[in-house]
Design a binder for this molecule. Structure first.
Ligand SMILES: [Zn+2]
Length: 496
């Protein structure tokens, strides 16, 4: 058995400014054997493929793995960039010799200027050169897809967890389905449904209502004879694309009627729970006051999920922490390339400095905040992740400075977006997590895989930033279908 492996992933936020070009992808892209070396032992989709192919005695034929290097967030992928990597996949597969199947690790939320449904297009082009051999696709659950992708492929397998801790498992499920299909043991038949439901990421956690109820129903169906895999992608609402919003994919063994029944049932359940995706959360001022109350009552540490800010420059939470006199906190990343560059050139560990940080990207970021403190760390941290998401994955950061403002208050200034989905975001710059009362993270749900084991309270808030706002009605969509709840034109008109 010879199975080609290719990947081209992006989660494109189309409301940002700068386009995404090859320059953002090329430094992160792997080709040939380095795909195997880069994934082996790290819980990724591709490692899942490799594990099963090894078990099966099959040959993995790695083509290209196109992915962005860490760096600034950018908007629409250019057509030129899309064509470059899609052609590399197609040409690589053409040259790979006789193949028995193709495994495609896509994301599902790429938005390309001039290509309405990029993942379906990639898959169709692969199909056009491989003929009828099986093509299995794995997707993140922040995927916006419809029947065009299921029509073009033999199986679409979507993550079942948010925080995403099952990338390797889903890779394995897809590869097992591939092997079984080649041997003729299973005949996958799939149906996709769109319930017409867009939701902010912060309410999509798979262990919380309403996604838990939806996933429980999927697992129930999967226990039924003949049902192979049932997936739900709640979708990525921060992309103005025609297939935005939730997708349900049901795969059965040779039974299209059953696949339709399953997809319809899960889709109807999701629709019935639609109002649970529309909720109010506190703003920065109210949130910090409540968080300080938790700490005063001994509930510490409190982890704040400031989910809107993907640029990393918003200052609303930092401002309130200082204004309300909170102690024992550390902001693990204010992205401010200009300040970081200036400190790198003109300051060193031990210096006391005053800088104005953040608030540079746009008005939703808030104003810059002036902070004075002693530089206790300056450098380019290198470490491996320790949390359940991507454990063992090596991280190489840009330039980072930690200022100690006194009273165990720390601000980390970085030259690019910097998060802390596990403790390494703090320990790598010399912060003792055990001393913190308040851990403000620019994250929606992913942090919970690790921080729910440490924090006493997880506290989601609704604060401005670029660009995963809780209230989706603040975005102006041009390509969104009119009937998508609650932000399509028809629903907006009904509320007006
Ligand atoms: Zn995701």
């Amino acid at each position: 058995m010879r199975i080609a492996i290719a990947s081209f992933v992006d989660e494109t936020m189309t409301f940002l400014k700068e386009p995404t070009t090859e320059a953002r992808f090329e430094p992160g892209t792997r080709r040939g054997q380095s795909i195997i070396e880069g994934n082996e032992g790290i819980p990724t989709y591709i490692n899942g493929y490799l594990k099963v192919l090894a078990e099966e005695g099959a040959e993995a034929v790695p083509i290209v793995e196109a992915r962005k290097a860490p760096g600034p967030f950018s908007s629409w992928v250019t057509k030129k960039c899309f064509e470059k990597y899609t052609s590399e996949i197609v040409e690589g597969i053409k040259k790979a010799g006789k193949l028995d199947g193709v495994l495609l690790a896509l994301h599902g939320a790429m938005a390309v200027d001039g290509v309405p449904k990029p993942e379906a297009e990639i898959t169709r082009r692969v199909r056009s050169v491989v003929g009828s051999i099986p093509i299995m696709v794995t997707l993140d659950l922040h995927a916006n897809e419809d029947h065009e992708l299921t029509d073009a492929s033999d199986g679409v397998f979507i993550l079942k967890t948010y925080p995403h801790v099952d990338s390797e498992d889903i890779g394995m499920t897809a590869a097992r389905c591939m092997a079984g299909t080649i041997r003729g043991q299973i005949r996958p038949v799939q149906v996709c449904r769109k319930p017409g439901l867009a939701s902010p990421s912060i309410f999509q956690g798979s262990y919380d209502h309403p996604m838990k109820a939806i996933y429980d129903r999927c697992r129930e169906w999967e226990r039924r004879e003949g049902v192979y895999c049932v997936s739900v992608a709640p979708g990525f609402a921060y992309a103005d694309v025609p297939d935005v919003a939730m997708s349900v994919v049901a795969i059965t063994d040779g039974d299209p009627h059953l696949a339709r029944e399953v997809a319809d049932d899960v889709s109807a359940l999701a629709w019935s729970l639609r109002d649970a995706f529309v909720r109010k959360l506190p703003g920065a001022k109210e949130a910090i006051s409540q968080v300080m109350q938790f700490v005063a009552e001994g509930q510490r540490p409190v982890v704040i999920a400031d989910g809107a800010d993907r640029i990393g420059d918003s200052t609303h939470v930092l401002r309130e922490l200082i204004a309300q006199g909170a102690r024992n906190w550390a902001v693990p990343g204010i992205n401010d390339p200009a300040v970081a560059r200036d400190l790198e050139a003109h300051a060193k560990v031990g210096d006391r400095v005053t800088v104005s940080v953040g608030g540079w990207y746009g008005e939703l970021s808030g104003h810059p905040v002036e902070v004075t403190g002693v530089i206790e760390y300056a450098g380019r941290p290198e470490y491996k992740l320790v949390g359940p998401m991507g454990r063992g994955r090596p991280v190489q950061e840009g330039f980072v400075v930690r200022l100690n403002l006194g009273d165990n208050r720390h601000v980390v200034i970085s030259d690019r977006t910097r998060g802390a989905n596990d403790s390494t975001g703090f320990t790598s710059v010399g912060i003792d997590v055990g001393t913190l009362d308040i851990i403000p993270l620019k994250s929606r749900v992913h942090h919970r895989a690790y921080w729910d084991t440490v924090g006493k309270v997880n506290f989601p808030i609704d604060v401005h930033g670029y660009f995963e706002l809780v209230d989706l009605s603040q975005f102006e969509y041009k390509n969104l279908p009119a009937d998508v709840y609650p932000i399509g034109r028809n629903w907006r008109a009904a509320r007006a």
